[in-house]
Design a binder for this molecule. Structure first.
Ligand SMILES: *Cc1c(COP(=O)(O)O)cnc(C)c1O
Length: 380
């Protein structure tokens, strides 16, 4: 590792700089970990409840249920909604595999829909098409998992009205968008429930796996808390429904409590970094478009380039020691595991998978480093 670092002399740009954040709050984090070691309540200890309250306060959502990962957060929601064989769960094809995976795990059928070419998010038109595809297959459309890709909220108001019309639930996959806003409200209160992830590289990340579910529905929250601990009733040896072991570690909750304190500032810094990129890159490449009604949290800053040029641009930037990433190189409807599932015509997802390129993005990116990145992109 040290050797590898020594070799990166030229620019040494981080894609996501977790070290800068750690340097800022390492003593607070060390004390928080020490407190957990002191009290020894490693499973569902006091920090988990504290974190749930702090997140509820931050988002304005009345119920927060901490859990083991973003994937389990999605799975728990589908289990609480009693999704089953014969149900169709509409998902965008241009997303992380956890989104359709949870539906398939429960024996339901993920139905892939396309995304918008500018926002990369699912649209009402695509939901309408996917509902028709599902019905045509003899399935019952039950819910749509809306993904706020790269941190940008989808058009929830429009989506809510089309889902009301078809009597289907909205589940928000906010693994990348905790801290973002739609129409002045924080992500977490849209649809029937919202899942987020605390994977280290997400906007609010812990030092391992973690996640949470947000819901305004008290009854649903109770059911989620039961599912989190083997479908418990009065205790874990009273099993009222089939559940999981999907708890959030106390240690991770303690770390997240410290990180949440600086999170609002980090969200503001992310916006500044994104604005600077957009101002200086918009003549050179296609920069991300954010809808007027939303504020992105910029989990990724993703530019779009010509399909024929992406490989050489990525290579050129790598030579300049500027790391980039491709989210996602293959749309899910084309993946081996998901090829057999129903879909709409997903040409935009296919095109995006060949043209997107995510560049370094984190709250500690200074303008000097951004200038190096911008300059290199302009020289490609
Ligand atoms: C990261 C991510 C997940 C899964 O979160 P984990 O905590 O890694 O399980 C789900 N959906 C999306 C869109 C993600 O980016």
């Amino acid at each position: 590792m040290a050797k590898q670092k020594a070799e990166i002399q030229k620019n040494n740009v981080a894609f996501i700089d977790l070290d800068a954040q750690k340097a800022l709050i390492s003593s607070e984090i060390n004390s928080a970990i020490a407190r957990v070691l002191q009290h020894g309540k490693y499973i569902l200890g006091p920090e988990v409840t504290e974190l749930e309250a702090a997140l509820s306060n931050y988002t304005g959502v009345s119920n927060v249920v901490g859990c083991s990962s973003g994937t389990d957060a999605l799975l728990m929601i589908l289990m609480a909604l009693e999704v089953k064989v014969g149900d169709a769960i509409i998902v965008p094809s241009f997303t992380f595999p956890a989104t359709p995976e949870v539906a398939a795990l429960l024996g339901a059928t993920p139905v892939f829909a396309d995304v918008d070419k500018d926002t990369f998010n699912i649209t009402v038109e695509e939901i309408e098409k996917a509902v028709a595809v599902a019905k045509n297959e003899g399935l019952t459309p039950r819910a749509v998992i809306v993904v706020d890709l790269f941190g940008q909220p989808a058009e929830y108001e429009e989506i809510q009205s089309v889902c009301n019309k078809h009597d289907i639930d909205i589940i928000c996959d906010a693994a990348q968008s905790l801290g973002a806003e739609y129409k002045g409200k924080k992500i977490g209160s849209f649809g029937c429930a919202t899942a987020t992830s605390f994977f280290p590289a997400k906007p609010l990340g812990c030092y391992g796996d973690g996640g949470a579910v947000f819901t305004q529905d008290e009854k649903l929250a109770k059911k989620l808390k039961s599912i989190r601990v083997h479908g418990k009733g009065t205790d874990k040896y009273d099993n009222v429904i089939v559940g999981l072991n999907a708890r959030l570690d106390t240690m991770q909750a303690a770390i997240l409590l410290e990180k949440l304190k600086i999170f609002p500032e980090e969200v503001a810094s992310r916006q500044k970094v994104a604005d600077y990129y957009s101002r200086n890159l918009n003549t050179a490449v296609k920069t991300p478009k954010v809808i007027d009604t939303a504020k992105s949290v910029w989990a990724q800053y993703t530019i779009t380039v010509e399909k024929q040029q992406r490989g050489s641009i990525k290579e050129f930037l790598a030579e300049e020691n500027i790391p980039t990433a491709i989210y996602y190189p293959k749309p899910l409807h084309q993946q081996e595991a998901y090829k057999g599932f129903p879909k709409t015509d997903c040409t935009t997802s296919e095109k995006l998978s060949q043209t997107v390129l995510s560049i370094p993005m984190h709250p500690y990116l200074d303008t000097d480093t951004q200038d190096i990145i911008i300059d290199a992109i302009k020289r490609t």
